[in-house]
Design a protein around this ligand. Sequence first.
Ligand code: SAH
Ligand code: SF4
Ligand code: F3S
Length: 461
Amino acid sequence: MTSETNTVAVALPTRRERRRPTRKGKTYFIRTFGCQMNEHDSERIAGLLEADGMTAVGSVGAADLVVLNTCAIRENADNRLYGNLGHLKADKDERPALQIAVGGCLAQKDRNVVRDRAPWVDVVFGTHNIDRLVSLLDQADEWGPVTEILEESAAVPELPAKRDDPHRAWVTIMIGCNNSCTFCIVPALRGAEMSRRPSDVLSEVRRLVADGVVEVTLLGQNVNSYGRDLDLGGRKPLFADLLRQVGSVDGLERVFYTSPHPKDFNRDVAEAMAETRAVCEHLHLPLQSGSDRILAAMHRGYNAERFLGKVEMAREVYPGIALTTDIIVGFPGETDDDFQATLDVVAAARFDSAFTFIYSSRPGTAAADMVDEFVDPGVVRERYLKLTELQDEIAFEKNQAVVGQSLQLLSSGPSRKDEAVTSGRSRTNKTVNVAGTVPAGQLFDAVVTVAHPHHLTGRLV
Ligand code: SAH
Ligand code: SF4
Ligand code: F3S
């Protein structure tokens, strides 16, 4: 090799250096579908884009880049994405420089479908390579549309998040799910469970508190398996330990978490909650069904009696704890008797609120093959209405029971409907609207004056 060619070779910049336009001055808009994990991923996407010089805008029309962070949990999530992409085509036709990126769970699942149905999308990326987004956008700028989906994460990503709320933050403690609930697509999209080391979780929480955060929500698909994949010198950290440690961080006022799995939720965790001042009186315990037969077909690993036993234990160990849940109506093979069993458990458990879903068949899941047992949509609809009616009644009664009580609230600032009203959230995760102004992020006390089915009205103390 001559020195001349050598010089040329050395002078040749890498692709990255050749085109390293920070996107300074450009704007982005992110639309997020799905659960808290996705909301938090969107904050990390925003963090990456801001680090590249971009600024957020509130609408597609004002954006140079639109990112759709998608969800695939139910079929209507799919339909919403394709509707959105149709609208974006018109924007792209008008402004060819507009970049469109589709990421998240549906992109992970439908990678090629997204590309085929919406060839105008510049970047398709998945749940395991969020950190690659800026690089993929560069690549698309240079060489045209790109799809990159990885099958698993190398580690729990440590990415800076750009938070919209300066006082409340999500903290990922683990990613993935090792369960095999037969209705659920999440394990196929989010991979195997991987826990973050407790020291990493704690240093993030301390950093957040130093930044002004007073409330954190710990995130994982199945937080009770936290730490099972870690080895800290022969010892596995437990979720209960983590709760105690996070809840003891100086300056942190509130800790919530989601979701525990009823089969693994135990007294140790309930005690950690009760003993740790900052851990709030709220437990989201997804029931899914009250029928033992259906629970078995769902592979949930508990029956109605065990579930109700855990509810009772939680209330005994942590008095005043509020309970919320998820319920699916119309799982394949669900009979009137099975559905009645769900109503019975709902009546017995008396949840403060419930997210109720109509079963949606997800190709690739075990339940999707139970086609012969699919329940008539009209019947499912009727059951769904009956269930929400019962749950609404219970929720209203539970709210009525706190009228007259004083609650500690964290202000979210002025309510959406009325500037003169402050919207606060209780440690039981209920929304309480109070006349008067309390700056966002401040804790204050209010007496509950009126109960509504889904929120409360209070008076400043
Ligand atoms: N990991 C969480 C659940 C995440 S998905 C947990 O186990 O608690 C959130 C909720 O969506 C589930 O609890 C379930 O009620 C609902 N869901 C999941 N798959 C569904 C499907 N195929 N059809 C309808 N609802 C579904
Ligand atoms: Fe899905 Fe079950 Fe895992 Fe929850 S625990 S994410 S419902 S497979
Ligand atoms: Fe969440 Fe939807 Fe994915 S519920 S984990 S964003 S499929």
